[in-house]
Write a protein that binds this ligand. Structure first.
Ligand SMILES: Cc1cc2nc3c(=O)[nH]c(=O)nc-3n(C[C@H](O)[C@H](O)[C@H](O)COP(=O)(O)OP(=O)(O)OC[C@H]3O[C@@H](n4cnc5c(N)ncnc54)[C@H](O)[C@@H]3O)c2cc1C
Length: 385
């Protein structure tokens, strides 16, 4: 379908596709097998100005919007979403700064992200606080020369690799969720170390790690916005970033669809390619329809955000839920089209299925996001609009 992208968007998309095919495709199986962080590819993305896409022009970026970012994430994920998420997690890690940071904070951190010199990361999850982010225990106690952070964050993308971390911690334990704040923490700050690196089902090229804070002192100027804004910031960050997870899902599903069509064309059974079989054709037709529907929703939500929509919590959740369910279904069906070969690591579709699963889990599980959508519907019914 022609989405009538601007010339600039087409250029960004084509460049991302070229990097994915020339640089990621030859190494994706090895990165997945070895769980190796793709530093060489991060450098290629930096050299091609891909990190500038989501940074405003005044901080050395290209000033792209949510759709531009989604195009890059989709193209990278079509080949390897493990690599794509290292890029996307950096965008996630700068969103609080972009939305709520002071001019000084932006000037200090964003140009290094734009150039790809520094990766970023966003940390809210803890061992006892996943979906229930209000249960976080990490504290940021106000002291004379800044904030003293203590606690452990779990399952953090780009953990150990990023230089800049947005960390959600309690500045006032007595207020619960209302006492949380967002703080910028640099990698080499004393008292900040990295714990367990997770051994994962999918997106294995990415790093998912524990962050450990023991009397980690950060200066007062590292507070983003005001004390007590931590949860509002977290919710807003995810509203902005969920279309990107949807784009990740669409990219994975597109990659699986293409692989399934190619295989079905060349696999001969009963004297004909299996693509001639109605059962396989119906499967492929449904897969293609679902991928396009998911893409159309992601692009529509991204355009709505770029167009200045004020409240898009519901649409953003819908985009992520729908696209991630499509990715899980389409990758599973792709394996079915491959038959036994699809189950083997010699072909990419089993990796795509493993990679797809996470899109239903992070940045809000699909269960809690369906509750979010339903809650918006309930409010709307009450208002009769
Ligand atoms: C690979 C990976 C990367 C990640 N990257 C990051 C990151 O960069 N930064 C970060 O902060 N976090 C990150 N996370 C954490 C991720 O966001 C959480 O895992 C996710 O929010 C779910 O939390 P949980 O794992 O504790 O599951 P739980 O909250 O324990 O959920 C368990 C089950 O209960 C269900 N459930 C729980 N509460 C509800 C509810 N209210 N309504 C309906 N169902 C519910 C869930 O849907 C799920 O099925 C990452 C996780 C993974 C696996």
């Amino acid at each position: 379908m022609d989405y009538f992208l601007t010339e600039e968007q087409k250029t960004i998309k084509n460049l991302a596709r070229r990097i994915a095919e020339e640089r990621i495709l030859p190494v994706r199986a090895e990165l997945d097998e070895k769980e190796e962080f793709p530093w060489d590819i991060m450098k290629d993305l930096a050299d091609s100005d891909m990190f500038r896409v989501f940074i405003p022009e005044e901080y050395d970026g290209l000033g792209g919007g949510c759709l531009d970012l989604c195009l890059v994430i989709e193209e990278l994920s079509r080949v390897c979403s493990g690599v794509a998420i290292c890029y996307a997690a950096t965008s996630l890690g700068t969103t609080a700064l972009l939305l709520y940071g002071t001019e000084e904070q932006k000037q200090k951190y964003l140009p290094d992200v734009a150039s790809g010199k520094k990766l970023a990361s966003f940390a809210v999850t803890e061992p006892t606080a996943g979906t229930d982010i209000g249960a976080i225990k990490t504290t940021a106690e106000k002291v004379s020369d800044g904030y003293l952070i203590n606690g452990t964050k779990q399952f953090i993308s780009n953990g150990g690799e990023a230089e800049i971390y947005t960390v959600i911690a309690l500045t006032d334990k007595s207020k619960g969720a209302r006492g949380a704040s967002a703080l910028l923490v640099e990698k080499d700050t004393p008292g900040f170390t990295f714990g367990k690196k997770e051994n994962k089902l999918g997106i294995r090229a990415s790093s998912t790690r524990e962050l450990i804070f023991r009397d980690c002192l950060v200066p007062e100027e590292n507070l983003i916005s005001k004390e007590g804004m931590g949860f509002i910031i977290t919710l807003k960050v995810f509203d902005h970033s969920r279309p990107g997870i949807g784009a990740q899902a669409v990219g994975i599903a597109q990659g699986a669809l293409e692989a399934a069509v190619d295989y079905a064309r060349q696999r001969i059974q009963f004297g004909h390619p299996v693509i001639a079989l109605p059962a396989v054709q119906i499967k492929l037709a449904d897969m293609a329809t679902q991928v396009e529907a998911a893409r159309a929703l992601i692009y529509a939500v991204a355009r709505s955000i770029d167009g200045g929509a004020k409240n898009f919590t519901e649409e953003s959740a819908m985009a992520k839920v729908f696209a991630s369910d499509v990715a899980m279904h389409v990758t599973t069906e792709a394996i079915q089209v491959f038959g036994g070969a699809g189950y083997m690591r010699d072909y990419p579709v089993e990796k795509m299925m493993r990679d797809a699963k996470i899109t239903q889990i992070y940045e809000g599980t699909n269960e809690v996001l369906r509750e979010t959508i339903a809650s918006e519907l309930r409010k709307r019914k009450a208002r009769r609009d």
